[in-house]
Design a protein around this ligand. Structure first.
Ligand SMILES: *Cc1c(COP(=O)(O)O)cnc(C)c1O
Length: 244
């Protein structure tokens, strides 16, 4: 089923892009493989997936080792990262979607400099105000200005490259409920482009299995889709207790 699901989702993304008047090539897909074993990931890679998303470093590492034979895979860290995991993220991921604090940025900068690389990052925003969500507080548009000093500092770190924003809409059965949050993230990107010229906010990582059609209409450039491709997750490991 994974092969068929993958093809169907890719087709739907292309159709939704054209229907929205967008170039399908301007939208990339991260296939979210958390909670699925390496055999299932091998199947989706054989079907064509190249960008793979994981939420936990410990869960991702053995999968990366198991798929080391495939050229051209990119692993994207999409889950909350504790500062003490900054080193492994630098070693094992192509991009971080969930940069949510200055402290984490400074730790990543240190390891990234040591490794002699530059890590592309997205700033994760909580645009709904849900207490359970990680991310910079972005729900109150009047308070955006207060975030600029920290974001400016991150933009000045030489071994991190800010590329855009990421968000998760609150869970809902109705994809239309996600639309105002996606619109807010897009407005925020426009605000930050004006307020912090010289930084790059081109990427909008938004839209999951239940709401990616709406995300495409609202300007998503990266979709993070798990269940619609991989099926229901069986075995996501619990996050380790938070020791920042
Ligand atoms: C799990 C997860 C996804 C994928 O969710 P699905 O509903 O399975 O598509 C996307 N983004 C993040 C941050 C996730 O944790």
């Amino acid at each position: 089923m994974i092969t068929e699901n993958y093809q169907q989702v890719v087709d739907e993304i292309q159709q939704a892009a054209r229907a929205a008047g967008r170039d399908p090539a301007s939208i990339r897909l991260v296939t979210v493989t958390k909670g699925h074993p390496v055999e299932a990931i091998r199947e989706v890679v054989q079907a064509g997936a190249r960008w793979l998303g994981e939420n936990y470093v410990e869960e991702a590492l053995p999968k990366q080792a198991g798929l080391a034979g495939f050229a051209g895979l990119e692993w994207h860290m999409i889950g909350h990262v504790q500062s003490r995991k900054a080193g492994p993220v630098i070693q094992s991921f192509s991009m971080l979607h969930s940069l949510d604090s200055l402290k984490l940025a400074q730790r990543l900068e240190r390891f990234s400099a040591q490794a002699g690389r530059v890590l592309p990052v997205l700033l994760e925003f909580n645009v709904s105000g849900e207490a359970s969500k990680h991310g910079w507080p972005g729900w109150d548009e009047a308070a955006w200005e207060a975030l600029l000093p920290a974001l400016r500092q991150i933009g000045g770190l030489p071994h991190l490259q800010v590329r855009g924003l990421m968000t998760m809409a609150p869970y809902s059965e109705d994809p239309e409920q996600s639309r105002p949050y996606f619109q807010r993230l897009r407005r925020l990107a426009g605000y930050l482009r004006d307020a912090l010229p010289g930084l790059d906010f081109a990427e909008l990582s938004m839209g999951m299995s239940g709401d990616y059609h709406v995300a495409i209409q609202e300007g998503a450039t990266i979709l993070r889709i798990g269940t619609a491709i991989m099926g229901v997750r069986a075995c996501t490991i619990a996050p380790a207790p938070s020791v920042n």
